[in-house]
Design a binder for this molecule. Structure first.
Ligand code: DOR
Ligand code: ZN
Ligand code: ZN
Length: 403
């Protein structure tokens, strides 16, 4: 496959070039490549590396009325996400090596995009189980605050044992729990990934911890950048819909999170794609919102608004998640990397609409927000999986980790 006329970012400059792909890998990047191969013309459109979303709840197995690996991965393909990492609060929760193995077997052949798994830390101390699977998962996820599912751990010794045995720990930690997670990161000299920072004070803790030399990384969601408590109050419907953990904060928190994202304090965008059906959301207070399909559209809007550069967008959505979780061959447009590519229509500034949502959630928190662009095509390891609103081929497979 040869992709002609791609506008890609090379050393901060946008250049038009061709990309030649063989056996799923990028083998040449140069203008005017000729070859007797299948051609896709990007017609000067922006091409970025496939997005890696390190924070998705695909609900499979056990909660598949909300989402499953197939529908969730279609939402990914439409959103330009070519790799997602799934969270363990499914039914059953992924807290034993046996459950992980069964889940991996169940998901073969279901996904349009590549995927990895997080293992769940459990309150009955599953650190012995973690030892068995530590190389087969992206990280161990620990819930230090209450959230959807029943995975909260409060016992200190249990949390410490889980830290000791993990390769990297991802935490759901809010406010003072962020401080606690940072203490353990330091004590055990263990890489720590702070999920969904939502407050200026949390970004400040992260900035200080990095300055002290801790191996800590921070994630922010598009909703904690673009939405705040005023949006929650804006209508009766939004009072029910725009609810998640951590909850939306103030306009000042939005601004400070943008700053921390731009200055390198926050490392990644993760969507915390946590779909619930609209009926479920309206019937009773339910935490979690869908995200994967609009994250690039919204972050490009952030670029248009001058909040971050396109280069920074690619770092935080593509490059950094691959580095942090040591995902092989992904996150960059470079020779030797997987040909996971997104062709972006930057002219499309149309409003985001509930009607076009692919996720089983069937609604979007960004209804009527104008996009900063949309996905024209998504390629996974050189294969077209999404083009012009059509889906092709469940080619997704599990990712590998280096080291
Ligand atoms: O709002 C949330 N929903 N926060 C979480 O941490 C979990 C998620 C879910 O699984 O619904
Ligand atoms: Zn969480
Ligand atoms: Zn989550």
């Amino acid at each position: 496959m040869l992709i002609k006329n791609c506008r890609i970012l090379i050393d901060d400059k946008e250049e038009i070039t061709d990309i030649l792909i063989a056996d799923g890998k990028i083998i040449e990047i140069a203008p005017n490549i000729v070859g007797n191969v299948e051609i896709l013309d990007a017609e000067g459109k922006l091409v970025i590396p496939g997005i890696i979303d390190a924070h998705c709840h695909m609900r499979d197995p056990g909660l598949t009325q909300k989402e499953d690996f197939m529908t969730g991965s279609m939402a990914c393909a439409k959103g330009g996400v070519t790799t997602f990492i799934d969270m363990p609060n499914t039914v059953p929760a992924v807290i034993t090596s046996k459950i992980l193995k069964d889940k991996k077997n169940m998901m073969v052949g279901k996904s349009y995009v590549d995927y990895g798994f997080n293992f769940g830390g459990s309150r009955n101390d599953n650190s012995e189980e973690i030892k068995k699977i530590v190389d087969e998962v992206a990280s161990t996820k620990i819930f230090l605050n209450m959230s959807t599912g029943d995975m909260l751990i409060t016992e200190n010794q249990t949390i410490e044992n889980i830290f000791k045995e993990s390769k990297i720990v991802s935490v759901h930690a809010e406010e003072e729990m962020v401080a606690k997670a940072l203490e353990l990161c330091e004590k055990y000299d263990k890489p720590l990934y702070l999920c969904h920072l939502s407050k200026a004070s949390e970004a400040k803790m992260l900035r200080e911890a990095k300055a002290r030399g801790l191996k800590v990384f921070g994630e922010v969601t598009p909703h904690h950048l673009f939405l705040n408590e005023d949006d929650v109050k804006s209508s009766e419907r939004n009072t029910m819909l725009l609810r998640m953990k951590p909850e939306l904060k103030s306009k000042e928190d939005n601004e400070e999170l943008w700053r921390a994202l731009a200055d390198g304090t926050i490392d990644t965008i993760g969507t915390d794609h946590a779909p619930h059906l609209i009926e479920e959301k309206l019937a009773k207070l339910t935490f979690g919102i869908p995200g994967v399909e609009n994250s690039l559209e919204m972050m490009l809007r952030g670029v248009d608004e001058g909040k971050i550069s396109l280069k920074r967008l690619i770092e935080v959505m593509c490059e950094n998640p691959a580095k942090i979780f040591k995902i092989e061959n992904k996150g960059k447009i470079e020779v030797g990397y997987d040909a996971d590519l997104v062709i972006v229509d930057r002219e499309d500034k149309s409003p985001i609409k509930d009607e076009t949502v692919i996720s089983k959630a069937s609604w979007t928190p960004y209804e009527s927000f104008n996009k900063g662009g949309s996905v024209f095509a998504t390629l996974l390891r050189g294969q077209i999986i999404y083009l012009n609103k059509q889906f092709y081929g469940k080619y997704g497979r599990e990712i590998k980790y280096y080291e």
